[in-house]
Write a protein that binds this ligand. Structure first.
Ligand code: SAM
Length: 265
C-alpha cells in the first residue's frame, strides 16, 4: 500500500520549487494536450477535472475550453500553492473549485464531469484501475478521460546504478504496458488513443539528477528499507552513474510515458 500521507508531504514540501524543476512535466503536458479534442473551443466542456493538478500548469489551457474547473490534488500544500499562483494571474477565467482529495476516492457525484485530465499523477496511485474507474463513474456519457503516466523502464539509469550497491529499494516500480492496458480494460472506458514514448533528460551531475526528482517532490520511495544508505553506498552509486556519461559529457535519465485518451460510451 502506498503511504499517501508521505507522498502528499513530499509534494507539499516541493510546491515552491516545483515549477523550476518540472521540465519533464511540461513536455508531457504539451504532448498530452495535443490530443485533447476541442481545446480552443471556449466552453466546450461544462465541467473539467484536473486530477493531481500540482502547481496548476494545465489550468490555463483547460480554462479555455471549460465552463468550470475542479482542481484536485492529494497534497494540500501543492493545492494551496496552485491556488495562490492562479490568484496572481488573470481573473477572467471560469470558476475553479479546489479539492484536496485522492484520485482513488473522488468526493464528486456520479455523471457530473465532461472532461477529466491527469498529467503524470496516476503513477502515484495504488492501482491505476481505481482512479480510472472513479473517473468513469464521475464522467457523463460521452465524457473523456485524458491522462499520461509513467511506464516500467522509467528511471532505469537510477535502478541500474543502485543494482550493484545494495538490495534496497531506491526507485519506485512502474506498471508495464501490459499492466496499464489491463487497467484500461477494467475501467470499462473505451480506448481512443494509447501511445508510449521515451523521453530522455540530460544532466551535468548526479546531484542534478537527484535534484530533478526532489525539486518536484517525486522523491518518495514506497516501502523503502528503513536502513539508511551509508556514505560508501552513496559513493558507489554515484560512481556507477558516472559511467553512463554520454559523448557530450552528460548524464541521461530516461522516462517512458504512456498517453491515453479514453471515452465513456
Ligand atoms: C508530478 S506532479 C504532476 C502535477 C501536474 N499534473 C503537472 O503536470 O505539473 C504529481 C501530482 O499528483 C499529486 N498526486 C499524487 N497522488 C495523488 C492521488 N492519489 N490523488 C490526487 N493527486 C495525487 C501530487 O500531490 C502531485 O501534485
Amino acid at each position: 500500500m502506498i503511504d499517501k500521507n508521505a507522498v502528499a508531504r513530499c509534494f507539499g514540501k516541493a510546491a515552491a520549487s516545483y515549477d523550476q524543476h518540472a521540465i519533464l512535466q511540461r513536455l508531457s503536458c504539451d504532448r498530452l494536450l495535443q490530443t485533447l479534442p476541442n481545446k480552443g473551443n471556449a466552453e466546450r466542456y461544462n465541467t473539467t477535472v484536473d486530477l493531481g493538478c500540482g502547481s496548476g500548469a494545465l489550468l490555463p489551457v483547460l480554462a479555455n475550453c471549460s465552463k468550470q474547473l475542479i482542481a484536485v490534488d492529494l497534497s494540500f500544500g501543492m493545492l494551496t500553492h496552485a491556488k495562490q499562483q492562479r490568484e496572481q494571474q488573470d481573473k477572467l477565467t471560469p470558476p475553479i473549485y479546489w479539492l484536496n482529495a485522492d484520485a482513488e476516492a473522488l468526493p464528486l457525484l456520479s455523471s457530473c464531469v465532461d472532461l477529466c485530465v491527469s498529467n503524470l499523477a496516476l503513477q502515484w496511485c495504488d492501482d491505476l484501475a481505481t482512479p480510472l474507474i472513479e473517473a468513469s463513474r464521475c464522467l457523463n456519457q460521452g465524457g473523456l478521460m485524458l491522462f499520461s503516466t509513467l511506464v516500467a523502464g522509467s528511471l532505469d539509469e537510477l535502478t541500474q546504478s543502485w543494482s550493484t550497491v545494495n538490495e534496497h529499494r531506491h526507485v519506485n516500480r512502474f506498471l508495464s504496458e501490459g499492466e496499464i492496458k489491463t487497467a484500461l480494460l477494467k475501467s470499462g472506458l473505451s480506448v481512443e488513443i494509447f501511445q508510449v514514448e521515451i523521453q530522455t533528460m540530460y544532466y551535468s551531475s548526479v546531484k542534478e539528477v537527484m535534484q530533478s526528482l526532489k525539486g518536484i517532490g517525486a522523491n518518495h520511495v514506497h516501502d523503502k528499507d528503513a536502513k539508511p544508505t551509508t556514505q560508501g553506498e552513496l559513493r558507489a552509486f554515484k560512481a556507477n552513474y558516472e559511467m553512463l556519461r554520454d559523448n557530450q559529457g552528460l548524464l541521461p535519465l530516461s522516462y517512458k510515458l504512456a498517453y491515453c485518451l479514453l471515452r465513456k460510451c
